[in-house]
Ligand binder design. Structure first.
Ligand SMILES: [Zn+2]
Length: 305
């Protein structure tokens, strides 16, 4: 049987390994005694929580379908799935192996709590952009969406991540943002504040799939870690990579800045799986959720309590 390699060490409270075949209705005993048990199993391993992601192992080259999303397992039968901020707790993924009946994997997610974060004093043009800025924002969104459709056959995400920058946590993922008193979309990243010029390192290896100067996010870089999972780095000052570059984990890719919509120099580190925003914090084994005021020093988080 194919050996499943855990993408990283994970907290026991968040990990579950699930074997569920709804359409075949096989009991564990039947599975164990089946003549061809490997073909009838599915494993889901990872952080089964809003904002997390998990490795799915199914028969090689199976087609996967979840709502509108369709993707394919690789020759080892592996694929990823990511879970959004407001994803309801029961997920059903249809699996179509190339040479046998379809079956359904059910994933039961844990919910997350989200903060409400107020940011005042932003230039009003960033809260309610003028028509020309809105046009540039639409262009930027289309560019980012195209980069999020890329699915690379690489497994850099399996290596434990490192922190991309040192500094103070000033924003956590999923918080509801109220900008100058107006509710806006949730914050889909982890903010790390430090001085302009602070090095930004690739948290995992990958391929650079977007480098742009954007209206809201300023200097922007996407690094794709494979299987639809990628990092985005926003508000960058200097950028040292180009689209198509292969970067190593820990490689200097940029420096911290305050470009785009930013009140001061910080890195906004976002992650996504396909079009779904996931939480970079889920790449680490932390004893508790990040909070504003926590420090990243070296590759460690020093909690502010
Ligand atoms: Zn941010």
């Amino acid at each position: 049987m194919h050996k499943l390699t855990a993408p990283r060490r994970v907290k026991l409270s968040f990990i579950s390994v699930l074997v569920m075949i709804v359409s075949l209705q096989l009991s564990n005993n039947l599975l164990a005694s089946s003549a061809n048990p490997i073909q009838e199993q599915a494993l889901v391993e990872g952080r089964l929580i809003q904002g997390g992601w998990a490795l799915i192992t199914v028969p090689p080259l199976s087609q996967l379908q979840w709502g509108q999303r369709e993707w394919q397992a690789d020759a080892n039968g592996q694929a990823l799935i990511g879970f959004g901020r407001d994803q309801s707790s029961l997920i059903q993924v249809n699996v179509k192996p190339s040479d046998q009946a379809s079956f359904t994997i059910e994933i039961d997610l844990t919910n997350k709590d989200y903060l409400v974060q107020r940011i005042d004093g932003l230039p009003q043009r960033f809260v309610t952009p003028d028509p020309e800025a809105q046009e540039r924002i639409r262009r930027d969104i289309a560019m980012a969406r195209a980069a999020r459709e890329i699915m690379l056959d690489r497994t850099d995400f399996m290596t434990p991540f490192i922190w991309p920058a040192e500094g103070t946590i000033t924003g956590v993922w999923g918080s509801q943002r109220i900008l100058n008193g107006e509710p806006r979309r949730p914050h889909f990243g982890v903010d790390i504040a430090n001085s302009t010029g602070t090095p930004i390192l690739a948290p995992a290896a990958g391929e650079v799939t977007l480098v742009a100067d954007m209206e809201l996010s300023g200097g922007t870089v996407f690094v794709d870690h494979g299987f639809g999972l990628r990092s985005d780095f926003l508000h960058l000052e200097e950028i040292y990579v180009q689209v198509g570059d292969q970067v190593e984990q820990g490689q200097l890719i940029a420096t911290m800045g305050a470009t785009g919509r930013a009140t001061g120099p910080h890195l906004h580190w976002g992650m996504s799986w396909m079009d779904i925003r996931v939480d970079p914090e889920e790449a680490f084994d932390l004893p508790r959720r990040l909070q504003c005021g926590d420090q990243v020093i070296g590759n460690r988080v020093i909690f502010n309590d």
